[in-house]
Design a binder for this molecule. Structure first.
Ligand code: A3P
Ligand code: MG
Ligand code: MG
Length: 379
């Protein structure tokens, strides 16, 4: 045991951090001071309608309506006859964000480059969901990931590629799981209204093509970030500006035992915290459901209080580990990608209990920046 431990240690100290081809995901490597994470600022938003069409506006924004003290929301209702599911075979990659960037490039912060053309003043452009996966990586034991990265005009774009394992799981999803995926959206329908002065309409159709997305700008240590994430709803009070007005809705199994509470803190709250902390969404409304898919209680969690809530759990996750790993991964990507070449993709790959590795792909299936974006940004 001791020898094994020393070997690992020796390997790590021998590595020159600027030359390594891999990145460790061990938790203890990332237990240091919390890195600088600038308050995220919303720089824009966009909507995807019932047909998944892009609009550079807030038409899909919904308003949170506080549920009853003793709710009785049947999440199974409408699964058979009032459900339109987004086609998961369509890989949208970064396309909606790129459309948003093109539509707003005139007002987006940009910097002069040597050839007098202008480029985006961001180091990274990606989806919030991809960053969430990075934040939770040191604690993930089940699902690996593939992230494609490409540098164009000095900005690195990061887009997820579905792993073989994820595709197989998706194509063989048991019927029960398919139904349970609907439940989360159904909860949104019970708690969201389409306008400030209307009420939720649970008799309507649940269409998962529809989305409202915020686009935020922030900085993690020396990484300037632009990312977008789907937002469930906002509070009605018009004096609360975004992203502080946003509310993340979640469902989770009812908590009946100390063991269940502990698991909720250790696993669920990690994912919930990571997802909402990144864009600066301050509150999460949880609907607790029974075995039969009926929400019987709700509870609001303040994202800023989550770390206190989990402090009593033994061997629990730490926000600083999440943020430091994400920061170091972005540094790793920056020093790995030398060339400014949109046809060259660096595919970063990770499996649980392994280091992050990468491979290079030129003009391959992995290239993801569309011609319309390259041309639109150059013109
Ligand atoms: P819940 O997770 O609240 O049950 P989000 O919470 O991110 O807004 O996602 C809305 C819903 O989409 C989820 O609700 C869940 O039903 C479904 N969903 C999202 N990601 C999923 C995943 N990886 N696997 C299964 N369902 C998912
Ligand atoms: Mg959502
Ligand atoms: Mg949600």
């Amino acid at each position: 045991h001791l020898t094994h431990h020393r070997d690992q240690f020796d390997v790590k100290t021998e590595q020159n951090p600027l030359r390594t081809q891999t990145l460790s995901t061990r938790k203890d490597f990332y237990e240091r001071d919390f890195p600088l994470y600038r308050q995220p600022v919303e720089v824009g938003s966009f909507s995807l309608d019932a047909q998944r069409r892009f609009f550079n506006d807030r038409r899909q924004m919904r308003y949170y309506v506080e549920p009853d003290k003793n709710p009785n929301f049947d999440l199974k209702d409408g699964y058979r006859d009032r459900y339109i599911k987004r086609d998961e075979n369509v890989k949208e990659k970064l396309d909606h964000i790129l459309r948003w960037i093109l539509a707003n490039k005139g007002t987006l912060k940009s910097k002069e480059t040597t050839d007098s053309s202008r480029s985006l003043d961001f180091d990274f452009v990606t989806w919030r969901g991809h960053l969430t996966k990075l934040l939770t990586t040191p604690y993930e034991t089940r699902e690996g990931w593939l992230l494609a990265a490409t540098k164009f005009n000095g900005t690195i774009y990061i887009s997820e590629v579905e792993t073989e394992a994820a595709r197989i799981e998706r194509e063989n999803r048991p019927e029960r799981n398919k139904e349970m995926m609907y439940w989360g959206y159904k909860f949104e329908q019970y708690t969201c209204a389409d306008t400030v002065d209307s009420l939720p309409d649970p008799s309507g159709v649940v269409n998962t093509n529809e989305a409202f997305c915020t686009v935020v700008q922030t900085r993690l240590a020396d990484h300037k970030l632009l990312f977008s994430g789907e937002v469930d709803c906002r509070v009605k009070d018009p004096s609360t500006p975004p992203p502080a007005c946003y509310v993340e809705l979640k469902t989770s199994p009812e908590i009946c035992t100390p063991k269940q509470r502990s698991n909720f803190h250790r696993f669920k709250l990690l994912k919930w915290w990571a997802q909402s902390f990144l864009p600066g969404v301050p509150r999460i409304v949880a609907g607790f459901k029974d075995h039969d898919g009926v929400v019987v209680s709700t509870e609001t969690f303040l994202v800023s209080k989550v770390s206190q809530l989990i402090k009593n759990e033994f061997n629990c996750w730490k926000p600083t580990v999440c943020m430091n790993f994400c920061c170091d991964f972005l540094s790793f990507v920056k020093r790995t990608i030398a060339e400014n070449d949109h046809s060259l993709v660096y595919l970063f790959s990770w499996e649980p209990y392994r280091d992050v590795t990468y491979s290079l792909h030129r003009d391959s299936q992995y290239s993801f920046l569309p011609r319309w974006f390259i041309e639109g940004m150059s013109g």
